[in-house]
Design a protein around this ligand. Structure first.
Ligand code: OGA
Ligand code: MN
Length: 334
């Protein structure tokens, strides 16, 4: 019966859908020697699914960075290395998304500034939305994992379908206005750990601006570009009335259970790629006391909306540096 034949657009990879509207686990990838055809199929899968999970890739730090570079220019941590701070990894393109203290190689003290800062990652967000140039893909790889029963999944939310399914009045409002989101990393840090960061004056921290409703060019679908870094909404350079209510309403709408996909990490070498221009993500809750070492590369967006409403500049930009004293952050958040 011809009706039973599944048409797959892919020749070299196999895709298993993880959610009715997005996210997929991809098998058949030869990470040791990735052909251009296979790379293009991964790109096509990313455009459609927004999140792709690859098990047991065998990638080490160097191969992770090299593979990531095929997607575009990578962000790096140079701006965080003020005052002679030593990087944790040889590759400055690797961001530390885990809970290991780079100096002692033990689990971060839960009361350390970095641990408090990391709590903000438990809120749904889009990586680098607080930067003048936003990110396209994030590629997160497991190096060491806690026992499965203790949590530590990465959760996603489908912000394209969330746009499609906005209540009609709200969708009409968003389409009728040119709403611009002002994003701040300090804002999400404070939301993640309000008591620890209570003296930080977020309003006076630098913010960067990206439109709330955007076309996701690779898929031709619209997207809600929101998340925990979104501090307020402006139109014509002025904060709109009811801005915070709308920020919360949009974030709550887009992170309803029906839009969520949970990715469980199975083993070291697992890699998850997501497109920050079409999904939101967060670190799922996990029990303390277990090592969780995840490393991420972040690809600079190179689409026409990469820089949002911000000035295009090559200046080194540091949104937030938790290694500075708390008092320092208040005075000088960069
Ligand atoms: C990140 C991130 C989530 C996690 O690396 O950008 O938000 O589960 N990670 O660690
Ligand atoms: Mn993140």
């Amino acid at each position: 019966m011809p009706g039973l034949i599944q048409q797959s657009p892919f020749r070299t990879i196999t895709v298993r859908e993880l959610h009715p509207t997005y996210a997929a686990e991809v098998t058949g990838v030869n990470f040791q020697d990735l052909s251009e055809e296979q790379f293009q199929e991964i790109n096509a899968a990313m455009a459609k699914y927004g999140v792709c999970v690859f098990r047991n890739t065998g990638l080490d730090d160097t191969a992770h960075v090299k593979f990531s570079e095929r997607f575009g220019d990578l962000d790096n941590i140079r701006r965080y290395l003020k005052g002679g701070r030593k990087p944790r990894y040889e590759h400055l393109e690797l961001f530390d998304a885990g809970n290991i203290d780079g100096e002692t190689n033990s689990i971060l003290d839960p009361d350390s500034p970095k641990a408090h800062s990391n709590r903000g990652n438990g809120l749904f967000h889009s990586d680098s939305s607080f930067n003048p140039r936003r990110a396209s893909f994030s590629l997160l790889r497991a190096v060491e994992l806690p026992p499965r029963s203790t949590g530590g999944n990465t959760d996603f939310a489908d912000s394209r379908t969330a746009f499609d399914e906005l209540p009609e009045d709200l969708k009409a409002e968003l389409l009728a206005h040119d709403y611009v989101g002002a994003h701040s990393m300090a804002h999400s840090r404070k939301l993640g750990s309000p008591e620890f960061f209570k003296d930080m004056e977020v309003d006076s921290t630098p913010m960067f601006r990206h439109r709330i409703v955007q076309l996701h060019e690779p898929s031709g679908r619209m997207n809600l570009y929101i998340g925990a870094h979104l501090h307020h909404i402006e139109e014509n350079g002025k904060q709109i009335p009811g801005s915070w209510d709308l920020v919360q309403r949009l974030n709550q709408h887009a992170t309803q259970k029906k839009y969520l996909a949970v990715v469980q990490w199975d083993s070291p070498g697992d890699l998850v790629i997501w497109d920050n221009r079409s999904v939101l993500h967060r670190a799922g809750a996990f029990q303390g006391g277990y090592r969780r070492d995840l490393r991420r590369t972040t690809v600079h967006d190179d689409s026409p909306t990469a820089w949002g409403l911000n000035e295009v500049s090559t200046a080194e930009w540091c949104a937030f540096n938790v290694n500075d004293a708390k008092e320092e952050m208040v005075k000088s958040p960069v």
